[in-house]
Write a protein of this length. Structure first.
Length: 210
């Protein structure tokens, strides 16, 4: 299993080309795609997430680790599909209507992928209807809304209400986050959960979907 632990270590250092080469090597050695995914790529990304929460690493390190994970996933994805390896669930993420910020959203997306979720990125300035449409089309379990402005965070309520007024009520959960957002605001608008940072968002998604 040394190849798999090497994949984890190199991913944490952000060595994308080496991760790609080692994933190819592990597959050639007959290591199962699920083992490479769970014990190599996801384990490495999970550890980076924990370090990020403790301020032991910062956004640039998370970004290069995520890039290394993506490089490994390109090689691994066809094998995972062949092996029918299940994801933890599908999450539609986006920055709410009127808000054009995407760094936080992108980080959350990377952490969710690192947590084993399939992520559908709706982008920025996303209307409530668009969230619902993508959730239906992708059979999503969860919507993640981001906002960086006090003026746009109120649009999160429109997303929560849109879910409640659709046939997805009771089947689809909404989590929210962003600089001005708080747990109190989450409770006030009736969202299912609030995360203070990207690593916590991945943990919250696991809780909400389990």
């Amino acid at each position: 299993m040394s190849t798999v632990s090497d994949i984890k270590a190199l991913l944490m250092k952000g060595k994308a080309k080496d991760v790609e080469a080692l994933v190819t090597k592990a597959l050639a050695e007959g290591v199962g795609a699920a083992i490479i995914l769970n014990e190599g790529l996801l384990a490495g990304m999970g550890e980076i997430g924990e370090k990020f929460k403790k301020n032991e690493v910062y956004v640039p390190e998370v970004l290069i680790a995520a890039r290394a994970m993506k490089a490994g996933m390109v090689i691994l994805k066809p094998k995972l599909l062949e092996a029918k390896v299940k994801t933890r669930g599908v999450v539609v993420i986006g920055t709410v209507k009127g808000d054009l910020h995407d760094i936080g959203k992108n980080l959350v997306g990377m952490m969710l992928e690192g947590g084993g979720f399939q992520v559908v990125d709706a982008g920025i300035d996303v209307a409530p209807e668009k969230f619902i449409e993508l959730a239906k089309a992708n059979q999503a379990h969860l919507i993640g809304c981001s906002a960086l402005l006090t003026t746009t965070m109120t649009n999160m309520k429109a997303v929560v209400d849109a879910v409640k007024n659709s046939e997805l009520k009771g089947k689809l959960k909404v989590m929210i986050g962003g600089a001005p957002v708080t747990q109190a605001f989450c409770d006030e608008i009736g969202a299912d959960g609030y995360a203070a940072d990207a690593a916590s968002a991945a943990d919250l998604a696991k809780k909400l979907i389990s």
